[in-house]
Design a protein around this ligand. Structure first.
Ligand SMILES: N[C@@H](CCC(=O)N[C@@H](CSCO)C(=O)NCC(=O)O)C(=O)O
Ligand SMILES: [Zn+2]
Ligand SMILES: [Zn+2]
Length: 191
């Protein structure tokens, strides 16, 4: 059987709702779940093949989007959270018991500082923005996917209407490069 890309991709994508304004995320513990309340829908929701984003077991990709950090609050069992890698750009807060990542936060100077990374599949609510693209696709080879499987993986994304990139989407890459240019002293008019 072909490996799962992700349950939210494998059988086609369900469109989100533009009027949806947030909901709750829960970790996978059978009891005393960590609960996160999001007062916003996600943006730039995407499949990520990198090794650092949390993926459901058996899936090659994570689905991860961003919300303003002010829209994120831990509303139950905060004591179960622990940062996976304090040195990483994105400090991923995971449940110590089940390993699920509840939110990833950037504290250092970075173009995405102020945005938290979250996985909407941890919510029972419907209406979250659907995945917009697939990023870090080639990174799945670093985790053991065979290079010969990559055409099939990219074809699966294409079949559900998603563009694939080996880093991030053009709009996000432009934001990163704009930040880098401005930090080096370049000033753009009318930005
Ligand atoms: N090939 C590496 C790539 C890891 C990577 O750079 N991941 C990105 C995307 S995460 C969500 O889009 C990133 O920004 N990482 C910063 C961080 O993780 O702190 C690999 O697969 O590990
Ligand atoms: Zn848990
Ligand atoms: Zn990632």
């Amino acid at each position: 059987m072909a490996p799962s890309i992700h349950p939210l991709i494998d059988n086609g994508i369900t469109q989100g709702s533009s009027s949806f304004s947030g909901g709750k995320l829960h970790c996978h513990c059978p009891s005393d779940q960590v609960e996160i309340t999001l007062n916003s829908n996600v943006a730039h929701n995407h499949a990520c093949g990198c090794s650092k984003c949390w993926k459901p077991s058996g899936s090659l990709f994570s689905i991860v989007g961003v919300v303003p950090r002010d829209a994120v609050s831990v509303t139950a069992n905060a004591s179960k959270l622990s940062i996976v890698d304090k040195e990483a750009t994105i400090q991923r807060n995971a449940c110590k018991d089940c390993g699920v990542h509840l939110f990833g936060r950037i504290e250092k100077d970075h173009p995405f500082k102020g945005l938290d990374f979250v996985h909407v599949e941890l919510s029972d609510e419907k209406g979250w923005q659907e995945p917009q693209f697939a990023g870090f696709v080639s990174s799945i080879i670093e985790q053991g996917s065979h290079p010969n499987e990559m055409d099939a993986v990219r074809a699966k994304f294409k079949a559900v209407g998603l563009q694939t990139y080996d880093v991030l989407s053009p709009v996000l890459m432009d934001l990163i490069s704009t930040f880098t240019a401005q930090n080096s002293g370049i000033r753009f008019a009318n930005l």
